[in-house]
Design a protein around this ligand. Structure first.
Ligand code: NDP
Length: 328
């Protein structure tokens, strides 16, 4: 039976999520990969226990995560039940709905019908009475935003989620969603979007300013560009790495240009006394509006490495401009 490290809160730092009362760890763990039906349950336990022992209190899921959609929630629920349930009140667990989950017209996008049914299914798979954050996973161009936001607000009123978030919404969509939620008496807690050295759309879109205006927090997914912003692909494609088995990161994504940039970035990281992975995460968190980086990990050692960024999150202006030049 797992017993959490008694020193788990000594090094991790926590930041207020927007203007809410909720603090999130600066490093969070996502269960998109490595927690599915094809993954070792022992390794999944090691990942979750290591994360929790390092002060990572936030675990992010979605209805469709896992090799078989739903299997990540099932596995997470199994481990919660066997080892972690006594720590439930120390954890922030999120899930989402918005991508295709079941057949027919009601298992996708953003209708009230889909969101409410999907959360009920997620709670059942995880063996939970409520999640801390429930997200709409992506904007739905065909459902009125009012309907989607009203479903989120009603979910909070029903007690099945404590807070609500949106994911992959741009600045304009964020402003509109936040305004509707505010009128409904359920503030928007957070926006979850892709943000890393190779994916800077959030900056171009002024998304951080929009978040500031509406008082919401934010969390960056794929902060390591699925592993590209680590040293692992500098000398070929290692056996077992994501690029060897995931449809979301293909071998052809590892171009000469990417490798050249990561090598150049590694030199700056080395001068800072960090690995490239650590520097990439610290770089995300230089944005004051970013509450947390939502990392993934296939091995416990990666988590131990990634939480080291807590010790070094500041950059000099020279470092930032050298990084920009490499990325240009
Ligand atoms: P990352 O960019 O952090 O990539 C994680 C992968 O990078 C790991 O699986 C591992 O790959 C590699 N890695 C991590 N740390 C290290 C390290 N220190 N050294 C070497 N390699 C390392 O994030 P993900 O792409 O996994 O996404 C994170 C989370 O974001 C998801 O789990 C999910 O919760 C969320 N997400 C949300 C989306 C949305 O639409 N809302 C979309 C996508 C993700 P390897 O397996 O090769 O070892």
């Amino acid at each position: 039976m797992y017993k959490a490290n008694s020193k788990r809160y000594e090094t991790m730092k926590y930041k207020r999520c927007g203007k809410s009362g909720l603090l999130l760890p600066r490093v969070s763990l996502g269960l998109w990969h490595n927690f599915g039906s094809v993954d070792s349950i022992e390794n999944q336990k090691q990942l979750l226990f290591t994360a929790f022992d390092c002060g990572i209190t936030h675990f992010d899921l979605a209805n469709n995560y896992g090799h078989e959609p739903g299997s990540a929630e099932e596995n997470f629920g199994r481990i919660l039940k066997s080892d972690l349930m006594s720590y439930r009140d120390e954890m922030v667990i999120s899930t989402k709905a918005g991508y295709e989950m079941w057949a027919g017209p009601y298992g996708n996008w953003g209708s009230r019908k889909y969101l409410i049914a999907s959360l009920d299914q997620s709670l059942k798979r995880m063996g939970l009475e409520y999640v801390d954050i429930f997200y709409h996973h992506r904007p739905d161009p065909d459902t009125p935003l009012e309907e989607t936001m009203m479903a989120l607000a009603d979910i909070v009123k029903s007690g099945k989620a404590l807070y609500v978030g949106i994911s992959n919404y741009n600045a304009e969509q964020t402003r509109l969603a936040a305004a509707i939620l505010k009128d409904l008496g359920t503030p928007l807690l957070i926006n979850q979007f892709r943000y890393n050295m190779f994916a800077r759309d959030a900056e171009k879109d002024n998304l951080f300013d929009a978040l500031e205006t509406v008082g919401a927090g934010s969390i960056a997914f794929c902060p390591l560009a699925q592993g590209l912003l680590t040293s692992k692909y500098l000398n070929g494609i290692p056996e077992g790495s994501r690029a060897t088995h995931s449809v979301f990161l293909k071998k052809e994504n590892i171009t000469e240009d990417i490798v050249r940039k990561v090598k150049a970035l590694s030199e700056i990281a080395e001068n800072r006394g960090q690995t490239i992975a650590e520097m990439a995460l610290s770089w995300d968190l230089r944005k004051d509006r970013l509450t947390s980086v939502l990392t993934g990990s296939s091995r416990a050692e990666q988590i131990a490495e990634n939480v080291k960024i807590i010790e070094k999150m500041d950059f000099t202006d020279d470092e930032l401009s050298s990084i920009d030049k490499i990325l240009a």
